[in-house]
Design a protein. Structure first.
Length: 512
């Protein structure tokens, strides 16, 4: 009987997922494969099919796992790879929602509340959009959620199996997305050690193998490319894009004529197709001594399939020192331009995700998005219903949107909502310091979630020139989980007040 009472909410979550995906498929939503051909983070499909291991080994601009995953699927399903990706992402989505429910239950959230919030998240239009977009953004979410679940289990019981699962998931994150740096892995490991819930020897034994694998990848990049990172090109060019965004073209042209900025920053004022710009590119290649290496991923300046620039080439890697020097110069001379961009990015961060790329599936969800994201319904109205086009007021059009007092108040309300979740989580974290052992387990998990709520979107916004709200949405499950814990604490507090009972409560209840 008890098993039936505790299993029905999870069954409701699974049923909600299956029904919503069936409806989405019926209305026409399909996996968008465009990133496979146009994504600058992704290797050219020809390389993925025919030079996979060589290209992965010499990949310097992205962590290797996502491209390795893409290449493996292309090789295993050379004809029906689209269907294979679709099924894999549906499975990842099922793991995401079941993981979120499990995470809330580990935090002693009542089954009905955990079920309701998870079901609400399951039908979020952004979840559906990202689930049908061939990119690593969506895959990061179940990895983080289940890492949190296994963290709680490992710190609670100290089982080796939970520890291995936790650190394997962390290792996968390190090798999938650059923001989860090797230092991030070490930091989370230290958090677990200093929690003093698990013996040091056990923590080291379960964390060492993923650490060795991740360190080997970083060491390879350091030896081959002189960079202790897996995404130097992306990070440096991201910072460069932010540095030049709000600087007038006339000012950049003056710096260009004076030789104070490199050919990269001169592209906009000179014109990327101009003879002068092409001359400077040729001079750069001559000075950099970019001779053919015989390795396709490094030698190809453009992707053969799409003709787009190949960010994984040696030319892009060689230019990062120039871009970094340009960025530091422009930040020093025009800090106000960078601050203007940060202000815009942090404001955009709270809008419905995503805004940085084209989403063809959005035409099937336009009305639903407007209803689900009701705080922005008025702003959508005064912008002529254009907020949920395929590109959702793309980042470079964002400043041209219409606003009024009501739309600004709605945005402030959304910002305050997230701020209250974060501050409420901090309050619960501080209170747990003075409770029992069970509460300290909850404290470790709260720290893990609160850290990522801050770290992922905020650090990304400092070094990336777009997609602030997409980065924020990656940790949306943690926002919901912390909110659920806060609501649970409020319900229990109200229950004790209304009953007037002075009966003692457990450490777990105290931690909530």
């Amino acid at each position: 009987m008890k098993s039936a009472r505790t299993s029905w909410p999870l069954a409701v979550v699974i049923l909600t997922f299956l029904l919503s995906r069936a409806v989405a498929y019926v209305v026409g939503i399909r996996m968008v494969l465009r990133p496979l051909y146009q994504g600058i983070q992704i290797l050219d499909p020809q390389l993925l099919r025919h030079h996979l291991l060589e290209s992965i080994f010499y990949l310097h601009s992205q962590p290797p796992l996502f491209n390795l995953f893409l290449g493996t699927v292309l090789k295993a399903f050379p004809v029906h790879f689209g269907a294979a990706f679709q099924v894999f992402y549906w499975i990842a989505g099922l793991f995401l929602v079941t993981g979120l429910y499990t995470l809330m239950r580990r935090l002693q959230v009542p089954p009905w509340l955990a079920c309701g919030l998870t079901a609400y998240f399951t039908v979020n239009p952004t979840v559906i959009l990202l689930e049908n977009w061939l990119f690593y953004t969506y895959l990061i979410m179940p990895l983080l959620v289940w890492a949190a679940v296994f963290l709680h289990r490992f710190v609670s019981d100290g089982r080796n199996s939970d520890g291995h699962a936790l650190f394997i998931l962390m290792g996968v994150l390190v090798l999938t997305k650059g923001i989860f740096h090797l230092f991030w892995y070490l930091f989370i490991t230290l958090v677990i050690i200093f929690s003093r819930r698990v013996p040091l020897k056990k923590v080291l034994s379960v964390s060492v193998l993923p650490l060795v694998i991740c360190t080997t990848v970083y060491a390879k990049n350091l030896i081959l490319f002189g960079s202790l990172t897996t995404s130097r090109v992306w990070m440096v060019y991201g910072l460069g894009g932010m540095a030049v965004r709000y600087i007038p073209a006339e000012t950049l042209a003056e710096y260009c004529r004076a030789g104070r900025i490199s050919l990269v920053a001169c592209g906009r004022p000179l014109g990327y197709g101009s003879a002068e710009y092409r001359r400077r590119v040729a001079d750069f290649e001559l000075k950099a001594d970019l001779r053919p290496t015989g390795i396709a991923v490094l030698d190809q300046v453009q992707k053969p399939t799409s003709g787009l620039p190949n960010w994984h080439s040696q030319r892009f890697l060689a230019s990062t020192d120039l871009v970094l020097a340009d960025s530091l110069f422009l930040l020093r001379e025009h800090p106000e331009a960078y601050l203007m961009y940060l202000r815009q990015m942090f404001r955009m961060m709270f809008y419905p995700a995503p805004t940085d790329v084209t989403f063809p599936n959005r035409r099937f969800l336009e009305t639903y998005e407007n209803v689900y994201n009701w705080p922005f319904a008025w702003e959508n109205h005064i912008n002529g219903g254009t907020l949920y086009t395929e590109k959702l007021l793309l980042w470079y059009e964002f400043e041209r949107r219409r606003t009024d007092a009501l739309s600004c108040l709605c945005l402030i309300g959304v910002m305050l909502f997230y701020a209250m979740i974060f501050l409420g989580g901090i309050k619960l974290f501080m209170q747990a310091r003075y409770r029992g052992a069970e509460a300290r387990v909850t404290q470790v998990l709260l720290f893990f979630m609160l850290f990522h709520i801050f770290y992922v979107p905020f650090i990304s916004n400092f070094f990336s020139w777009l997609a602030g709200n997409r980065y924020r949405f990656v940790i949306e499950p943690f926002n919901l989980a912390v909110m659920a814990v806060i609501l649970t604490a409020c319900f229990k507090g109200q229950g004790r007040k209304s009953s007037g009972s002075g009966a003692p409560h457990t450490d777990t209840e105290s931690s909530l």
